[in-house]
Design a protein around this ligand. Structure first.
Ligand code: GLY
Length: 602
């Protein structure tokens, strides 16, 4: 009885207090005052015993519940690192940056120092900002660098060699974001990642198995083989404590010196030496010249909600808005989740948006992207005018323009705090473990992001995506991305942070999570877990998660003319949409059940 009364009072206090926090928080103008208030806030929550969560209450929705801060990512250890710095007085931006650096340690296939990322941030005052730290083509890159004398693409050059590596942007971007909007000192935010790299952490089954599967690839590069094995050759096992001393030293240099700890000095020397020894082209000047860019977000609306995404060089933000615009005239909720009529409409929206991607999208600093047109409701209406509810269009009718296996790599984290700061962050090395080689002495893997350029017009890249002039290689240019970190608000208040890895399937994953929340009123756990399907214009094929569409739904869709439909057979499924929702006065987080990640809150 005492417990129930105590619990009731506790919850009532918690609800009242939490609802007042955003207002209280916004009255503090300076970073220092906000940090002091946050510390007091955490203390208050702890005193009243409401600093709960991790797994508590999960039974109510299948999500992790938090009353103060939350991170959802592909690695539970990394999410906890984010929560640790939030508990120490950090906001959601500090939490996201701490998690991102920790992912470089605990999720090395995609978490990175040697790659790039795109971040969408909603600040507690309601402003939306985005940071583009996509990799760039080195100054010595040129349009035909992956073609042979006959003008054909040389297989593997843009994926498996040092020539595949774009100038890394993650460290510059994360530090810029922290500087502009974090509440904590750099050293504090990097501390968990440094400790994880220096002291090690026990390998999960998932991670040990992933290393074993790649031993042959790692064995081609001595420093990489050493990093990913025990005693320079024995496969690492589940439970082994995995230490990464070189990576720890690189992280310490970044913590102590800021961007100079990566783009200059010892780290830069090691990276450039690695390039020189292996026919790579990244120079000291490329590193010094690298800058992240603050860009205007892409903004759209959907049934009274505001959708904020990343502008080009991401294709994701604008494609998500385009597809939602095409759906808006229809009552998707009434037709029901997974109904053939909804799936048909969504496939047709995806087909048209991806055709536009190939034609119009590239780095806006090098190519004029018709953003206003693509994101407008008017354009969506015209683009969808030839939609036929009874019949599938052929992709050649949409735009006369291959599809290998997909990689699940790239990774997404979401972070939110009760003050209303929200962070959607997607980061990548491109394919799993990038070129599968580290820069010797640095401990970090090199990306193969150059493959996201179109090496030759109308020739598919590793994701089967086709591009043209807009995404041709030029020195200093950013390659087109599908990364779609997204924030959704309603009436100016936080609602959803989402995003996903999955190459070309990133965009359709994010699109479907949003439709699940807005049209089907799903909670975050259901919205993230619900089965997905994907169409990307070329090849003209629908893929759907195993058992994600019922056999009779597939038959109806085939009768409409979706002739090529196949069940997805790679990895856990399509996407890994680690997401957070703001519900009433609490945060609900869900790491995608398709993978071995985790949401943590307090
Ligand atoms: N490298 C995957 C993407 O940026 O789309």
């Amino acid at each position: 009885m005492v417990f129930y009364i105590g619990n009731y009072m506790n919850k009532t206090f918690s609800a009242l207090y939490a609802s007042a926090v955003p207002q209280l928080f916004s009255t503090f103008a300076t970073k220092k005052h906000r940090e002091m208030f946050r510390l007091v806030h955490v203390l208050v929550l702890s005193l009243f015993g409401v600093a709960v969560s991790m797994q508590l209450n999960a039974a109510t929705t299948g999500a992790i519940h938090g009353s103060n801060g939350m991170v959802a990512s592909r690695s539970m250890i990394a999410s906890r690192a984010g929560v640790e710095v939030m508990k120490a007085g950090g906001n959601a931006i500090d939490g996201a940056v701490a998690t991102a650096f920790a992912l470089a340690v605990t999720h090395p296939s995609a978490g990175n120092l040697g790659g790039g990322g795109l971040m969408v941030i909603r600040l507690a005052n309601g402003n939306i900002v985005t940071n583009d730290h996509r990799e760039k083509a080195p100054a010595a890159a040129h349009r035909d660098m992956y073609l042979d004398a006959q003008g054909d693409v040389v297989k593997g050059l843009s994926t498996d060699t040092h020539l595949a590596t774009g100038v890394p942007g993650s460290v510059a971007g994360l530090l810029d974001v922290l500087d502009a909007h974090g509440d904590l000192e750099r050293e504090k935010v990097l501390a968990p990642a440094i400790a994880l790299a220096r002291d090690g952490f026990p390998l999960s089954f998932d991670l040990a198995a992933a290393f074993k599967r790649r031993l042959e690839a790692f064995s081609k590069h001595p420093a990489t083989f050493k990093k990913f094995t025990r005693d320079n050759g024995t496969p690492l096992q589940e439970g082994d404590v995995w230490k990464q001393p070189d990576l720890a030293k690189t992280l310490v240099r970044i913590a102590e010196q800021g961007r100079d700890g990566f783009y200059k000095g010892k780290t830069a020397d090691l990276l450039v030496a690695e390039m020189k020894a292996n026919n790579g082209i990244i120079t000291h000047q490329d590193l010094v010249d690298y800058q992240s860019v603050w860009r205007e977000p892409v903004h759209g609306t959907y049934r009274g909600h505001d959708i904020y995404g990343m502008a080009p060089p991401s294709s994701g933000g604008v494609l998500v808005v385009q597809m939602l615009n095409m759906l808006e005239p229809y009552d998707i909720g009434a037709a029901g989740f997974g109904s053939a009529s909804n799936v048909h409409k969504m496939i047709e929206a995806e087909r048209r948006a991806y055709a536009d991607r190939a034609r119009h999208l590239g780095d806006p600093d090098y190519y004029e992207v018709p953003m206003a047109m693509l994101a407008s409701k008017d354009y969506a209406k015209k683009r969808f005018a030839d939609f036929n509810p009874a019949r599938a269009n052929r992709s050649t009718e949409i735009d006369p323009g291959n599809f290998d296996k997909e990689s699940m790599e790239t990774t997404h984290l979401s972070s939110m705090d009760i003050a209303g700061n929200m962070v959607a962050y997607t980061t990548t090395l491109n394919l799993s473990y990038g070129i599968k080689m580290i820069a010797t002495g640095t401990g970090f893997l090199l990306n193969n992001e150059m493959d996201d350029f179109s090496s030759k017009p109308n020739t598919p890249n590793s994701f089967g995506l086709i591009g043209g002039e807009a995404n041709a290689i030029q020195p200093g240019k950013r390659m087109l991305s599908s990364m779609s970190p997204t924030i959704v608000t309603k009436d100016g208040k936080p609602l959803l942070v989402t995003g996903s890895p999955g190459g070309s399937t990133i965009i359709t994953t994010v699109f479907q999570v949003i439709v699940n929340v807005i049209d089907h009123a799903m909670n975050v756990a259901d919205a993230v877990a619900a089965p997905r399907f994907h169409h990307q214009w070329q090849p003209d094929r629908v893929i759907y998660e195993n058992r994600g569409l019922s056999p009779d739904t597939v038959r109806i869709l085939q009768d409409k003319g979706h002739q090529q439909m196949s069940a997805w057979v790679f990895g856990g499924g399509i996407g890994d949409a680690n997401s957070i929702m703001y519900v009433g006065e609490e945060l609900q987080g869900k790491s995608d059940p398709r993978n071995d990640g985790g949401a943590a809150g307090f």
